[in-house]
Design a protein around this ligand. Sequence first.
Ligand code: SAM
Length: 291
Amino acid sequence: MSEATKQDEKQVWVTESLHDHYAQRLRVDEMLYDSETEHQRLKVFQNGTFGRILTLDDVVQTTEGDNFIYHEMLTHVPILAHGSAKRVLIIGGGDGGMAREALRHRTVEHVTMVEIDAGVVDFSKEYLPMLSQGALDDPRLNLVINDGALFMKETSDKFDVIIVDSTDPIGPGEVLFTDTFYGHAARALTEDGIIVTQNGVPFMQGDELTGTLRAFQALFADASCYLATIPTYAGGPMAFGWGSHSSTNRSVSLTDLEARFAAAGFETDYYTPEVHKAAFALPGYVKKLFP
Ligand code: SAM
């Protein structure tokens, strides 16, 4: 038996099987937490490349190493495109990374975060503090433990930006990919409001993106998506759904974005105004997924 195989035998791996014929494996250097919450199986483990990793039902949710790409692109793109976002709604986001990035904008006065699973918030605070970096204790944050679909149906609040930072459309996340949910979200947006969604890896989950775009085309003045590649969301670039009651804020000029980003006064590791504009340049196979 080869040394590598012997070595391999001793190693523990988590295999993510989100897709039928394609999986990714992540080595577990140390299992920090592994248990059932009220809604899902939560694991936090140490990995030599990505640092601490959070999985729910063995699907990668976020990692210490590459979360910055995902959290920067789902917050700074809509907030800077909007230009004067004061009230932000995050659906999901229990690890606190999305709240961290949204609250870096001094112009953002209020963030409501609706997370179905208190266990994700509690364990992320304890085992992944580098993700929220104190955001979960920010006085501007209103944390609501509830099903995001129920919240959206019942809320009478209005939001400038809605960020759907949910799991994939399996289990508790499934309701967050429905026309009903999107219809309630459209009502909860202000007149030039923007909704952005975690919409999977289009090379592997194209139908998911097509379904969201079809709903957004019916609900918003502007419907599209943008891309960024996050290494642990395996299978190619991830798509972020974009819907807005404004037909112009997606085409905000590079000059305006540069001025707004400079005024925001913080540094990023992925987002730049140029990357913002370029993220909406879609390859043919993604354009073909539009209804
Ligand atoms: N970046 C990840 C991805 O792309 O899959 C998402 C990370 S975040 C941890 C996903 C969160 O959505 C989880 O904390 C999960 O509990 C939450 N969630 C799933 N379904 C939900 C629902 N119906 N309402 C509110 N939160 C939900």
